[in-house]
Design a protein around this ligand. Structure first.
Ligand SMILES: *[C@@H]1O[C@H](CO)[C@@H](O)[C@H](O)[C@H]1NC(C)=O
Ligand SMILES: *[C@@H]1O[C@H](CO)[C@@H](O)[C@H](O)[C@H]1NC(C)=O
Ligand SMILES: *[C@@H]1O[C@H](CO)[C@@H](O)[C@H](O)[C@H]1NC(C)=O
Length: 148
């Protein structure tokens, strides 16, 4: 028993330090989704603003895919508690716009962050009569890519 206390203290400090060093659900970084698309989110500002680049693996056009800019906002009061967020992707190779909305979840083992998102893609309709078929809806799950 005399020797157990220092041992437990060491274990506690090691776990505590690890927990503090990994800040979960700050969206800054590299992410990949279930379709093989990926995005890089630059620094999430003090007010939650962020910008980034999106590299899609799929497209509804025949144009060559290019990286496209994104801008969004992360809900900051909940930053350490699975925050909500939204962002807009301005496709550079088509006339479409996509808006994503989602939430960051930290899985129960506290190891893995998962972004659960839904999106609406607005295609350019050549006339008002085609408006009805101009919006697609989808669902994607992102996980963090290892540091690059
Ligand atoms: C998110 O993380 C980035 C990179 O570590 C950091 O520069 C930024 O200040 C953080 N944002 C917030 C709101 O904590
Ligand atoms: C966040 O975005 C809003 C709207 O564009 C802007 O007014 C504000 O200055 C931005 N904040 C920062 C820290 O860049
Ligand atoms: C990001 O996605 C693009 C398009 O699928 C792919 O070409 C590229 O290799 C991916 N990058 C990483 C780091 O996964």
């Amino acid at each position: 028993m005399v020797q157990a206390a220092p041992f437990l203290l060491v274990v506690f400090l090691a776990l505590g330090a690890h927990g503090l060093s990994v800040q979960k659900c700050n969206l800054t970084g590299h992410w990949k989704n279930d379709l093989g698309s990926n995005m890089t989110i630059f620094k999430v500002k003090e007010d939650g603003n962020f910008s980034g680049i999106y590299h899609t693996a799929v497209s509804d056009t025949t144009e060559r895919i290019q990286t496209s800019p994104l801008r969004g906002s992360q809900h900051l009061p909940n930053q350490l508690n699975q925050p909500t967020f939204g962002f807009t992707v301005h496709w550079t190779f088509s006339d479409s716009i996509t808006v994503f909305t989602g939430q960051c979840f930290v899985e129960e083992n506290h190891e893995k962050e998962v972004l659960k998102t839904m999106w609406l893609l607005r295609k350019h309709a050549d006339k008002r009569g085609n408006d009805w078929k101009a919006t697609l809806v989808g669902y994607n799950e992102f996980t963090r890519l290892e540091k690059q």
